[in-house]
Design a protein around this ligand. Structure first.
Ligand code: GDP
Length: 369
């Protein structure tokens, strides 16, 4: 039997097969490490040498353990969400796990939303949605980790609300948590040695500890995987296309009942019944919507998916999940949300259907804009 090795940084069992799992280290690095007598997993190696945080995924049991830890700790919980994919970035039941600990809600990627959208309105909207989920954040902050916006405000709020306690940063994958943590490290740590990783040989690493100046820690926990995010159904290239890079330019369509709007080949919106009205699509500027007649839409999709309707790309069509239909009867101004892709705002009462790849949620919410 092969000898079991553990990372000297975090104690995770070293493995060379699965890059996105705990304890991964490339074979070549492992050999080097063995030669120097210092075996680190890639994640700890990068953290030590580049001050960089890497994503790893955990099993459901590990997550449950982690979430349970939140309630037992006396700490400030910083919950990072992607404001562009708000529903896809909520952690189901988080309020039950946090116990009495205060939660600071951070809406990241605010750079993607139209500037015309008032920030006060946005935080109010987030507060209402959080309350619907049973979460009562002590405060809400909008950030752009990528553009390094509001980072000092974030640090000030963390300092204020942690009130001498530890901090746990939690979020589902892809909300920009690593980018945000890396920004925090940059802002706070001039010295590389300030960042250390815990040493409990034989245990599994499930978080990274960033020491704070009063002997407490900021814990970065691994991103929690949300299975209904669109991201899990797409190739890396398509993900790049659907994830907006810049401020979204809303696209307005005047539609009659009996018309369909395709969002590339990723999603479909049917206007089934109602008076002629405007519909506003908020998706990456790189996704081209196509309008067609509802009665011809099935055939149109069959014929053009992977071609005129991209993504998916031609070689991905075979593996791309079929679109599943959700019908809604709309009474007031509402967003039909395609988890992770964007949304369509409906301005008047209507019967509509939203289609998304099997496994991806389509839901309605009070209009954001
Ligand atoms: P994590 O899985 O939550 O750790 O997310 P990452 O930090 O790996 O980021 C996921 C993706 O979102 C990457 O493509 C980032 O470049 C992007 N991202 C992170 N923060 C921002 C932000 O503030 N604005 C925008 N537009 N993109 C961001």
């Amino acid at each position: 039997m092969e000898e079991e090795l553990f990372c000297i940084g975090c104690g995770a069992k070293i493995q060379t097969e699965q890059p996105d799992k705990l304890g991964y280290t490339p074979q070549s690095a492992l050999e080097k490490g063995l030669a120097n007598g210092e075996v680190y997993c890639q994640r700890c190696f990068r953290l030590r040498h580049y001050n960089e945080i890497q994503d790893v995924s955990l099993t459901d049991d590990d997550f449950l353990r982690l979430l349970n830890e939140l309630g037992k700790a006396d700490a400030l919980i910083v919950n990072v969400v992607d404001i562009f994919d708000f529903n896809g970035s909520l952690i189901p039941g988080l309020h039950r796990f946090v116990g009495d600990n205060p939660v600071l809600l951070v809406g990241n990627k605010v750079d993607l939303l139209p500037k015309s959208l008032k920030r006060g309105r946005l935080t109010q909207w987030m507060r209402e949605r959080a309350h619907e989920e049973g979460l009562r954040p002590v405060d809400i902050l909008l950030t752009s980790a990528r553009k390094s916006h509001e980072m000092s405000e974030l640090l000030e709020k963390i300092e204020e609300y942690r009130d001498g306690r530890d901090v746990y940063v939690v979020g589902v994958t892809n909300v920009g948590k690593s980018t945000l943590i890396n920004q925090i490290i940059k802002q706070t740590a001039g010295v590389q040695d300030l960042i250390t990783t815990s040493q409990f040989p034989g245990t599994t690493l499930d978080k990274i500890e960033i020491p704070l100046d009063d002997g407490h820690y900021l814990f970065d926990t691994p991103g929690i995987i949300h299975r209904h995010q669109m991201a899990h159904y797409l190739g890396k290239k398509d993900l790049k296309i659907i994830a907006p890079h810049k401020e979204i330019k809303p696209k307005v369509y005047q539609l009659n009942a009996g018309q369909t709007l395709f969002l590339g080949g990723l999603a479909r919106f049917d206007f089934i019944q109602g008076d002629r009205a405007s519909f506003v699509a908020y998706v990456s500027n790189d996704i081209e919507p196509h309008r067609t007649k509802l009665e011809k839409a099935d055939a149109f999709y069959e014929k053009h998916v992977g071609g005129l309707l991209q993504p998916p790309r031609p070689d991905e069509v075979a593996d791309f999940p079929e679109l599943v239909r959700f019908e809604f009867s709309i009474k007031e101004k509402t967003d039909i949300v395609f988890a992770g892709l964007g949304w369509v705002t409906i301005t008047k009462p209507a019967v509509v259907a939203g289609w998304a790849p099997k496994g991806v949620d389509v839901l309605t919410r009070k209009a954001l804009v």
